[in-house]
Design a protein around this ligand. Structure first.
Ligand SMILES: NC(=O)c1ccc[n+]([C@@H]2O[C@H](COP(=O)([O-])OP(=O)(O)OC[C@H]3O[C@@H](n4cnc5c(N)ncnc54)[C@H](OP(=O)(O)O)[C@@H]3O)[C@@H](O)[C@H]2O)c1
Length: 413
C-alpha cells in the first residue's frame, strides 16, 4: 500500500482563508509566487484538486513555463503532470478548463458517483481528450468503492498511474481530510499580506481532529519571502494511530533506519536504529545499537534516555529499523519486554528479525500478544538491512508477509 509523496499547497490570507465569498477567485499570491507554484507543478507527477475548486475557480492546472515543460519531456516525463480530481457526486462540468487543457486526467469517485461522472464526461472518457493545448490524451473515471477512501486513491495513483510526487492544490475540504488522516507529507503555504475578514469565506483547514491533537506541532523546514508573500514549509510529525500508517510514521521510520548506520560495527549483533515519539510529534529519545555500551540495543538505548513513568509513554510510538528482540542472552529483558514495561503500545518497524542469531524470534508477536499495535512497513526493509550486509546470508533472507504470514495482530502495510 505505497503512496506518493503528498504535498499540500495553498495560498492563504492572514486570517487563514483560501478565498473570499465573492464570485471571482481571490488572488492571494503575486507573480513571483505563481511562478514558484509553476515550478512545484513541473516537479510533480500529478496535481490534484477537489471538485469544489473546479466549480469555484475553473482552473487549468498547467505547467505554464515552456522551458519547464521542455525539461520534463527531455527527462522522459509527460509534458504536463497528470491532473486529478475527486468527486463524490460525479457532478462535473465537461466544459470546465480542467478537461480541455494539459495532458491526462483522472476522476476518483465512489460507486455512487461513477455513473454520474461517466455521464457528465461522456465524449471525454476513454476516447481521448478533445481539443486542448496539451497532448490530447484521455480521461479516466475510477471508482474506489462505496465511499471516496483517500488511502485507496493514493494507492491507485502510486501503483496504477506511477505517481511518486503528488501536489494537492486544494480546496479546503481536500486539504482538511488529507491532513486529518495523516496522509500529508508536507505543507507549502504562501501567506498573503491581507485579511479577508468574512466569517463564511473558505478556510484552509476545517474543524475536526488532527494528528497530535491541538498540541501537535509540525516541523518548520523552510521560510522564504516570495514577492510580498511568505512561503512556509512544514512537515507533520505526529505519529499515526492504531494500525494505519501515517506520512509521519514513514518519516520517523526512515530516521530510525538512518540511525542504524551510526552503530559501531559488530559481527555478532545487528545494527539497529530506534526513535521514541510522543503522540503530539515530540521526539522523546533516539538510540542505536551499542551506543551506550558494547551490547546495548537501539530501543533499549533510546528508552533509557526517558524518565520511567513519563506520562507521554503510553501514547508514544517506538520506531525501530528491526523488529524488537524477543529473546536475549546479554540482558535479563529483551527489547519487546522493555517497550511493554515502559508502557508503550505502538511499534513501527521495517524488517522482521532473520534467524541470524536467534531462531524464530518473534518480538512483533510478543508485542501484539500483549495488546500493542505493531506495524511493519516493508518498503524500508532494504534501508534497515543496509548496515547489516556484512553479517551473513540470513540478512538477505526475503521475508514474504504472504508466505510466512504476519504474527497474530501484526499489520503489514
Ligand atoms: N487559495 C488557494 O490556494 C486555493 C486553492 C484551491 C482552492 N481554493 C478555494 O477553495 C474553495 C473550494 O474549496 P472546497 O473545500 O469547497 O472544495 P474542494 O476541497 O476543492 O472540493 C470538495 C469536493 O471534493 C469532493 N470530495 C472531497 N472529499 C470527498 C470525500 N471524502 N468524499 C466524497 N467527495 C469528496 C466533493 O465533490 P462533489 O461535490 O462533486 O461530491 C466535494 O464537494 C474555493 O473557494 C477555491 O477558490 C483556494
Amino acid at each position: 500500500m505505497a503512496h506518493p509523496y503528498v504535498l499540500l499547497s495553498a495560498a492563504v490570507s492572514l486570517d487563514g482563508r483560501l478565498d473570499d465569498t465573492g464570485p471571482e477567485r481571490l488572488l492571494l499570491s503575486g507573480p513571483a509566487d505563481f511562478d514558484r507554484v509553476d515550478e512545484v507543478r513541473a516537479e510533480s507527477d500529478a496535481i490534484l484538486v477537489g471538485a469544489g475548486t473546479l466549480r469555484a475557480d475553473n482552473p487549468r492546472l498547467l505547467v505554464n513555463s515552456a522551458e519547464r515543460r521542455a525539461a520534463r519531456v527531455a527527462a522522459g516525463r509527460p509534458e504536463y503532470p497528470l491532473k486529478v480530481t475527486v468527486s463524490g457526486t460525479g457532478d462535473l462540468d465537461p466544459a470546465a478548463n480542467f478537461w480541455s487543457t494539459g495532458g491526462e486526467k483522472i476522476v476518483y469517485t465512489s460507486d455512487q458517483g461513477a455513473p454520474a461522472a461517466n455521464r457528465a464526461l461522456r465524449g471525454l472518457v476513454d476516447t481521448g481528450n478533445v481539443g486542448g493545448t496539451g497532448t490530447g490524451t484521455g480521461t479516466d473515471v475510477v471508482s474506489v468503492g462505496s465511499s471516496l477512501d483517500w488511502r485507496a486513491v493514493l494507492t491507485h495513483l502510486h501503483d496504477v498511474r506511477g505517481v511518486r510526487r503528488l501536489m494537492v492544490e486544494g480546496g479546503g475540504r481536500v486539504h482538511t481530510q488529507l491532513l486529518q488522516q495523516g496522509l500529508a507529507d508536507e505543507l507549502q503555504l504562501a501567506l498573503a499580506p491581507l485579511v479577508v475578514g468574512q466569517p463564511d469565506a473558505p478556510r484552509l483547514f476545517g474543524p475536526g481532529e488532527y494528528p497530535g491533537g491541538p498540541r501537535g506541532r509540525m516541523r518548520l523546514i523552510e521560510t522564504r519571502p516570495v514577492g510580498d508573500v511568505v512561503l512556509m514549509r512544514y512537515v507533520p510529525t505526529a505519529p499515526g494511530t492504531g494500525n494505519a500508517p501515517s506520512a509521519a510514521d514513514h518519516r520517523w521510520l526512515r530516521l530510525a533506519c538512518e540511525l542504524a548506520t551510526e552503530c559501531p560495527p559488530s559481527r555478532t549483533a545487528f545494527s539497529v536504529g530506534a526513535v521514541v515519539v510522543a503522540a503530539d510529534g515530540t521526539e522523546l529519545a533516539r538510540g542505536y545499537s551499542r551506543e551506550s555500551d558494547p551490547v546495548s540495543h537501539a530501543e533499549e538505548a533510546a528508552l533509557a534516555k526517558i524518565e520511567p513513568g513519563d506520562p507521554r509513554l503510553p501514547a508514544a510510538t517506538v520506531y525501530s529499523s528491526l523488529e524488537p528482540c524477543a529473546r536475549r542472552a546479554s540482558r535479563p529483558a529483551p527489547c519487546a519486554r522493555l517497550i511493554l514495561d515502559a508502557g508503550v503500545r505502538r511499534v513501527v518497524t521495517a524488517w522482521r528479525e532473520p534467524d541470524t542469531f536467534v531462531a524464530a524470534a518473534d518480538g512483533n508477536g510478543l508485542l501484539a500478544g500483549a495488546g500493542a499495535d505493531v506495524l511493519v512497513l516493508p518498503e524500508y526493509e532494504d534501508a534497515a538491512k543496509a548496515p547489516n550486509r556484512h553479517l551473513d546470508r540470513h540478512v538477505d533472507r526475503h521475508i514474504d508477509p504472504c508466505a510466512s504470514g504476519p504474527a497474530n495482530g501484526v499489520h503489514w502495510s
